[in-house]
Design a protein around this ligand. Sequence first.
Ligand code: ADP
Ligand code: MG
Length: 363
Amino acid sequence: MIKVEHLSKSFGDLVVLKDISTEIRKGEVVSIIGPSGTGKSTFLRCLNLLDRPTSGSIMIDGMDILTHPTAVTQVRQRMNMVFQSFNLFAHLSVLDNLTLAPRKLRGVDRLSAEKKARDLLRLVGLAEKAHAFPDELSGGQKQRVAIARCLAMEPEIILFDEPTSALDPTMVSEVLAVIRKLAREGMTMAIVTHEMDFARDVSHRVFYMDQGLIYEEGTPQQIFNDPQKDRTRVFINRIRSLTRHITTSDFDLYALNSEIDIFCERHDLSRQARNNVQLLVEEVLELHRPRLSAGPLDLTISYSEKAGTLELFLDSEAVGGDPLEPGAEDDGLALLVIRGFSHQLDYHLHQGRGRLHVLVKPD
Ligand code: ADP
Ligand code: MG
């Protein structure tokens, strides 16, 4: 359906896309992952002609859209985009947001446009919000309206640019559920996302982009479980862990706990495992509190799907010896709790710093 050949894009001297060649087939869902600043948005924007490629070609069903004179209008109709920031018209009701483009650009009459809009609102679960204004909706609802508005143009392909990145964590799943539904119905989609579990189970293929290239592509299984190239491996391993750099004893433990909640949920960990890791984190940080004056603490929680293990690392300045040696009386309780929730526990030197390593009890 879309065939891209030797696509490149520079902004002045900055080369953002270097020689991308690929295809997206009809009915296919492609997820695009990778570090920020590697050109993922630019790639989607080039496909949709929001950015003009510097060279290369983009064919849609055999039509070269970079040379074809009426390409822009046609392309925008066939390929619609959903943005991170919703981009709804604030002064229009939800219904009017959905009917505006079909009426103005496609000449659909008001009645048919409204009927279609109501059907689409039902599809995204927002039929009762037809007369609300964007301000009255939550972020998740706004994004679902934006998806319905995109569908109102009856596109053949939808491009999503981080559709859940601007949302509160509690609202991510309602938006992903709508996109999953479209995938099941066979919609052709390219989705830039940081939601790895979603990318894994919704896509037929995954593009890992790095430094302006599709550095590695494959099935979700290949990219997430068995990446072949170095940078893909580093990226995939990093997203399997949660890291926090802690510099003061006033850090926000509640925020950290809710990140741990999300992390555990993503990896489908049991409630018990989540409680264990939260208790461990709290006590391990308590134990290391005195060391904060010597330098920051680096906390890493890491889950290995293969081994089924959940590990916690806490790196600190190596002062005051082994924190597991019962010393100060008030550390006694923290240590007791830590031992209680650990499967295995040790302290060693790692890259010049002290590292506490805990294998968390799974249940
Ligand atoms: P990603 O979506 O992967 O985070 P982007 O495609 O947004 O990456 O950006 C890639 C690079 O291109 C970044 O260095 C960004 O600053 C630059 N860039 C993007 N759009 C423009 C623009 N309109 N003008 C200049 N530089 C841009
Ligand atoms: Mg981007």
